[in-house]
Ligand binder design. Sequence first.
Ligand SMILES: Cc1cc2nc3c(=O)[nH]c(=O)nc-3n(C[C@H](O)[C@H](O)[C@H](O)COP(=O)(O)OP(=O)(O)OC[C@H]3O[C@@H](n4cnc5c(N)ncnc54)[C@H](O)[C@@H]3O)c2cc1C
Length: 490
Amino acid sequence: MGGKPSIVWFHQDLRLKDNPALVEAIKQGGAVIPLYIWELSEEGEWGPGGASRVWLHQSLKSLDMSLRARGSALVLRRGESIPVLRSVIRETGADAVYWNRRYEPHAIGMDQQVKTELRSNGIHAESFCASLLFEPWDVRTRQGTPFKVFTPFWKACLAAPDPPFPLSVPSTIPSLKHRPQTLSLEDLRLKPQMEWVQGILKAWDVGEEAAHNALLRFLKRGIGVYSKDRERPDRTGSSRLSPYLHHGELSPRTVWHLVSKWREMHKGGVEAAQDYLRELIWREFAYHLLFHFPETVSAPLRAEFAAFPWKQDRFGLLAWQRGKTGYPLVDAGMRELWATGWMHNRVRMVAASFLTKHLRIRWQEGARWFWDTLVDADLANNTLGWQWTAGCGADAAPFFRIFNPSSQGERFDPEGRYVRRWVPELGGLPDRWIHRPWEAPASVLNEAGVTLGKDYPFPIVDHAMARTEALEAYRELRARNTFSTGTIQS
Ligand SMILES: Cc1cc2nc3c(=O)[nH]c(=O)nc-3n(C[C@H](O)[C@H](O)[C@H](O)COP(=O)(O)OP(=O)(O)OC[C@H]3O[C@@H](n4cnc5c(N)ncnc54)[C@H](O)[C@@H]3O)c2cc1C
């Protein structure tokens, strides 16, 4: 074996396939030390929430097993990154540290500090692009500025050279004879001690192998009907790959190239594949925005929205979080989220719109709740999703487009199967009333065994009234500002 040992510092890239940092470390010819450092205080205001930590626990376990199968093992440490890296370097004689980049504002700052510190001590330090298809600074408008509108961004990505092919899984990973000390996974205390954790573990297979199986299953059975079914929460219409992409068990390049290959082999599948690749580019767009406008994690991209008259409504927020708003589609989504750590995209939009427009609660409150309960909680995607829905972000849905939760339910869950699954107390209602139980005749409610106000709440706000009030608040905001937003449709 040649050179000195190299450290591979894992973050949100918990995989062996298409891992440029790992491949580079192996190339050096010495032993490779796979290292994961857990230090919540370095994650800024956005340390992984409860559901993400459950996922992280399982994912680190799975990564360690994959490493062991190739003659290596994961070293786990706690503490601030620079002192921990220094001590692992000292203990092992490593002369290089490699890692795959993250793009969250706090992570960018950390990367720079670590590079400066290591390089000034004669250690080779290098980071790689592995969690995105394109670097956020490489995609630019003709004027050289960042994009704020999706379609031109998408076109610019399509015009760029194809993302590189994914790297293979190394067959062996050279290891030190005396492995450095490691903490046990339990020492990191990632998993909250709550019954709630069990629901998440039951709903998901975590880890790189599970991620690939999910992708292959989607290519075999899902992608062909993606264009037709992706908006349907009552069907398995989307890929459910978001947590794997977020934690880096699956690289976007792997997904991109396998979907592109599928498109070549299925002449009738061009539209489905294109629709799917477009969603992957929404993810890129979210990172592009996060990189260029890092303040948007807590402030609206459209600054005039900072003066929007949000309400303080503790009761409304609690009802929303618990899935007890009286609007079945919203409640089904919020309960799915609590039970499994995931929610369908269409329902995320409806639930987020309900919070910000019907209840007029600040989008940041909703973003925080999602952050803590989603297994795919992702600073870039979550920020984009909330700002888009609230009407204050890039390429946002106009504020005046207020989803009617009942008609959204009737359109995207026409037989009420999704609602029946997550709001079983409404299970006996006929399809006609499942999305608007308060309008059902007493005899129908009786027969279904539903007493409103007892088994299931009355709507906490009236849709028409809430809509009028939200539009009025928006008109006032517009009157105070001179921004152009199109016409209010009433
Ligand atoms: C209010 C709100 C909050 C959101 N928070 C998050 C979040 O924290 N993490 C997260 O990954 N997604 C978030 N999204 C985006 C989207 O809802 C999820 O990515 C999607 O539901 C994941 O399911 P899927 O993997 O089956 O998606 P698919 O339809 O199969 O899409 C494939 C992949 O493309 C990406 N993608 C899809 N839609 C979007 C989108 N609108 N924006 C950015 N990327 C997208 C995801 O990585 C997804 O896994 C949010 C959306 C909204 C409206």
